[in-house]
Design a protein around this ligand. Structure first.
Ligand code: COD
Ligand code: ATP
Length: 201
C-alpha cells in the first residue's frame, strides 16, 4: 500500500506523519530527504553553488537555507531551477527507501509538493492535511517566527487548498486540537490498513 501524504506549508503533515509512524506505517519524508541530498560534500550542494553562487553557503560550508529561501520564494524561475536540482535526487532516494520497507507495509510518502508535481496518480491513496490559509500563516508566524510576508510568499508558491482537496482520497481537517487530529489520523490509518489487506487477498 503506497500512500501519498500532502498539505500546504505548516498544515500539520509532519505531525500526521509522526502519528502514522507510531501506528506502524513506514514514513518517507521528502523534506528530510531534500536536506540530505544537499548536505555538505554532496553533488546536490555542488550543483546549487554552481547555479546560485557561494552566497548561499554558510561559513561552515553547509547550505544557508534562509538565504536560499529568500531568493527562491520571491522568484518562480529560480525556484524551478532549485527544484530541478533537488526533486530528482529526492525521488531516487525515496524509491530506494521504499524498496527497503518490509513487505506488506503501509508506506507513506510525505511530499509537500505532491499535487504541484503531478504525482497523485502514482499512489494507491492520497491523504491531504487541510487547514485554512490564515491558520497556516498564523502557525508560521507564531511557531516559526516568520514574517507575514514570508509566510504568504511560501503559500503563493504552492497549490491552492481546493486543488489539493480535488486530488484527495482522504482529507484530514487539522483545525481542531492535537487530540482531534490523532483520532482522525487513527481512523484514516485503519481504513488504509483495511484496503491494504484487501489488496493482498
Ligand atoms: C528553499 C529551502 C532551502 C528553504 O529551506 P527551509 O529550511 O526554510 O524550509 P524547508 O525545506 O524545511 O521546507 C518547509 C516547507 O516549505 C515549503 N516549500 C519548500 N520548498 C518549496 C517549493 N519549492 N515550493 C513551494 N513550497 C516549498 C514546503 O511546505 C515545506 O514543507 C528549501 O525549502 C528547499 O530546498 N526547497 C526546494 C526543495 C523542495 O521543493 N522541497 C519541498 C519538497 S521536496
Ligand atoms: N492541531 C494543531 N493545533 C496546534 N498546533 C498544531 C496542530 N497541528 C500541528 N500544529 C503545529 O503547527 C506547526 C506546523 O505543523 P507541522 O510541522 O506538522 O506541519 P507541516 O505541514 O509538516 O509543515 P511544513 O510544511 O513546514 O513541513 C508545528 O509547530 C505543529 O506543532
Amino acid at each position: 500500500m503506497r500512500v501519498g501524504l500532502t498539505g500546504g506549508v505548516a498544515s500539520g503533515k509532519s505531525t500526521v506523519s509522526a502519528i502514522l509512524a507510531e501506528l506502524g506505517a513506514v514514513v518517507i519524508d521528502a523534506d528530510l530527504l531534500a536536506r540530505e541530498v544537499v548536505a555538505p560534500g554532496t553533488d546536490g550542494l555542488a550543483k546549487i553553488v554552481e547555479a546560485f553562487g557561494e552566497d548561499v553557503l554558510a561559513p561552515d560550508g553547509s547550505l544557508d537555507r534562509p538565504a536560499l529561501g529568500a531568493i527562491v520564494f520571491g522568484d518562480d524561475e529560480k525556484r524551478r531551477t532549485l527544484e530541478g536540482i533537488i526533486h530528482p535526487r529526492v525521488r531516487a532516494r525515496g524509491r530506494e527507501l521504499e524498496e527497503a520497507a518490509p513487505p506488506g507495509s503501509v508506506v507513506v510518502h510525505d511530499i509537500p509538493l505532491l499535487v504541484e508535481t503531478g504525482q497523485p496518480a502514482l499512489f494507491d491513496a492520497v491523504v491531504v492535511v487541510d487547514v485554512p490559509v490564515e491558520t497556516q500563516v498564523e502557525r508560521m508566524m507564531s511557531l516559526r517566527a516568520m514574517s507575514r510576508e514570508d509566510a504568504e510568499a511560501r503559500i503563493r508558491a504552492q497549490a491552492t487548498r481546493e486543488q489539493r482537496i480535488a486530488a484527495a482520497t482522504y482529507v484530514i481537517d487539522n483545525t481542531g486540537t492535537r487530540e482531534d487530529l490523532r483520532d482522525r489520523v487513527t481512523e484514516v490509518f485503519h481504513e488504509l490498513s483495511a484496503r491494504s489487506g484487501e489488496g493482498r487477498r
